[in-house]
Design a protein around this ligand. Structure first.
Ligand code: M6R
Length: 609
């Protein structure tokens, strides 16, 4: 939800903190702040609004000091305001804390602290942490933090500095991400790797409740019991520009364009091409025992859940295995039935979504085996799952997920096809045909993107429609769900998705002249059904855009406009058919004068409930 950073080294901390926060603004952007130690005292500066307001505030004054922490916020407790922005300090202003997460027992702790004479400045849950550290501080900041942690319930990634303990930053995490960067003569913390890339590529991933003490020249780690531990250094080989806009106006457009490469990267390592083509999932530890499952349960949130809906159709079709697909936020509070012979596929771009992690932990407790599909190496999901299949999409910065989604689909198809092959449902020939089609898909996505102006023109004619409905059947229904979410997220258009056959059971009552209907039509056996549905909405005054194959004329007479995607096998179309819908959402957002990268009320990573 929020982004935290910290720096200790020989450079001035302020520009490093601001620069690193810029890379984390996608995590929250309703206010920001820094605290910097100048050798004598802490200076704290905070500002409501985007990071640029903090920058303006500090532009006229030099905040000197080579150790500091920073924060960009997505409000959970207390409205966005200067006061509620982080860092938060103790009463004397000598201890400063930045926090990402939620302290669930903060109300109880606040009352306790108030009874001990503390006067609170903000309405945040975080402020209790600064006061508790102060309460426990007796000349040893590490000990004070350790004692404070024992009293906290909830999730946190914390950066703490103290003017009486001026040589180190203390950092710790539980259920919120935190990475430690190791540079030459400097150390950093950040909620996500892109914030560190300009300074170092050598990082340590903290496990839950591990504490890091960062000094200029070294970093020390401690486990939950306070025992010193050694941690493995990971070298990140992402390109710095992968986390920057690289000439595109927005991250979202850049990420839409990165899909062909991301798809290739995700597929390449998983295909064997010796005598015949086959899928190689051995690198992730997948063997024939996995395919003996009685049932597959797919759990995720938002866009990742839509990848799961595609997964249901794919697994049932290719592997003839029962599949349940669940929203993690529902699953975790249901009374689900576990069978140790189930396998769970948990999908999450960030690998840190609170509901998704909770669902995974429930399934694990119930005895299920877990396959994680995630984009973030070292994320909590990756660490806790039995098997991890990474979507090699590179950092996804825009709040609206695009390349993470299509690479999630790629992973889902590979697992479903492998299941089908191991269960004897798919013949070698069928498998080869599908691998061949998947191998072509990156080029087809590239071709499709080269026609993006068509979608741009369509968006400029339709961006001000007050209602947009997406409809389709089977795999096209799954993409309708994803397309409607994308449009509502970044253009704030009221958009909904319907299984086209459901239209006449209610939703058609909403259709009128102000309605745009996008009909996704790639399931050949159901073309006649879709054609009837399009005629039904057109008869009520709607404008109909059809997305279908480039060599298909079936809908030419029915549709107002047709956008064409390259032909592939019907079940694989989601990877392609979603792209025009992503572009449509993007261009509608831009036409409406909005910032598609930072939609209102949303954050990239939903690490709280
Ligand atoms: O990081 P995750 O994939 O677990 O995130 C799940 C959803 O929060 C995410 O997909 C959300 O729906 C996106 N903003 C969609 O664009």
């Amino acid at each position: 939800m929020c982004g935290i950073v910290g720096y200790i080294g020989d450079e001035e901390a302020t520009p490093v903190l601001i620069n690193a926060l810029k890379k984390l603004e996608y995590r929250g952007y309703d206010s920001a702040g820094i605290a910097v130690f100048n050798g004598e005292s802490l200076t704290v500066r905070k500002a409501k609004g985007a990071l640029k307001f903090l920058e303006q505030k500090i532009a006229t004054e030099i905040i000197k000091g080579s150790m500091g922490i920073g924060h960009t916020r997505w409000a959970t407790h207390g409205e966005p305001s200067d006061i509620n922005s982080h860092p938060h300090t103790d009463v004397s202003g000598s201890i400063a804390v930045v926090h990402n997460g939620i302290i669930e027992n903060h109300a109880k702790l606040k009352t306790w602290l108030e009874n001990h004479g503390v006067v609170f400045k903000s309405q945040t849950d975080t402020e209790v942490i600064a006061h508790l550290i102060d309460f426990h501080y007796n000349g040893d900041l590490l000990k004070a933090v350790q004692e404070t942690l024992q009293r906290l319930e909830g999730s946190y990634a914390l950066g703490v500095i103290c003017q009486s303990d001026p040589e180190r930053i203390i950092a710790v995490r539980k259920d919120s991400p935190l990475v430690v960067g190791a540079g030459k003569g400097e150390h950093l913390i950040a909620s996500d790797v892109p914030a560190l890339l300009e300074y170092t590529r050598d990082v340590y991933y903290l496990q839950d409740k591990e504490i890091a003490c960062l000094y200029r020249d070294r970093v020390e780690f401690f486990d939950e019991e306070g025992q010193a531990i050694q941690k493995e250094l990971t070298h990140v080989d992402w390109d710095v520009t992968a986390a920057e806009k690289g000439g595109y106006e927005h991250f979202m457009l850049k990420e839409i364009h990165e899909q062909p490469k991301a798809l290739t990267d995700t597929l390449r390592a998983r295909i064997k091409t010796y005598a015949s083509k086959s899928i190689n999932l051995e690198e992730i530890g997948f063997d024939a025992s996995w395919a003996k499952a009685h049932r597959v349960v797919i759990c995720a949130c938002g866009t990742a859940w839509h990848a799961g809906v595609v997964g249901k159709y794919a697994f049932e079709h290719y592997a003839r295995i029962p599949v349940d697909v669940d929203m993690a936020s529902e699953y975790r509070y249901r009374d689900p039935i576990f069978d140790p012979a189930d396998i769970f596929i948990i999908i999450s771009q960030s690998g840190e979504t609170a509901d998704t992690l909770a669902a995974m932990r429930m399934a694990k407790k119930g005895g299920a085996r877990i396959i994680a599909i995630t984009n973030v190496v070292g994320s909590t999901l990756a660490r806790e799952a039995d098997l991890v299949m990474y979507t090699w999409a590179g950092p996804e910065i825009a709040v609206a997920s695009t390349k993470a989604f299509t690479t999630q689909l790629m992973c889902i198809y590979l697992i479903a096809l492998q299941f089908g092959s191991l269960r004897g449902v798919l013949s070698e020939k069928d498998l080869e045909e599908h691998i061949g089609a998947l191998e072509k898909i990156a080029d087809q996505a590239e071709k499709l993107l080269s026609n993006k102006e068509e979608i741009q023109r369509f968006a400029s004619r339709n961006f001000n429609k007050t209602k947009a409905f997406f409809m389709g059947r089977l795999f096209d229904y799954a993409i309708s769900l994803e397309s409607a979410l994308k449009l509502k997220e970044i253009s704030y258009t009221h958009s909904e998705a319907f299984a086209a056959g459901e239209l006449k059971h209610g939703p058609i009552a909403l259709v009128d002249e102000a309605t745009l209907v996008v009909a996704i039509c790639t399931q050949t056996a159901l073309f006649d059904k879709m054609d009837s549905n399009i005629k039904e909405v057109k008869a009520r005054g709607a404008t109909a855009l059809v997305i279908t194959y480039d060599d298909e004329t079936y809908f030419d007479k029915t549709a107002d406009e047709v956008f064409r995607i390259p032909r592939t096998l019907d079940p694989l179309t989601p990877i392609l058919s979603v792209i025009p819908c992503q572009l449509f959402a993007y261009y509608c957002s831009v036409q409406r004068g909005l910032d598609p990268d930072k939609p209102r009320n949303l954050a990239k990573s939903v690490t709280v409930e």
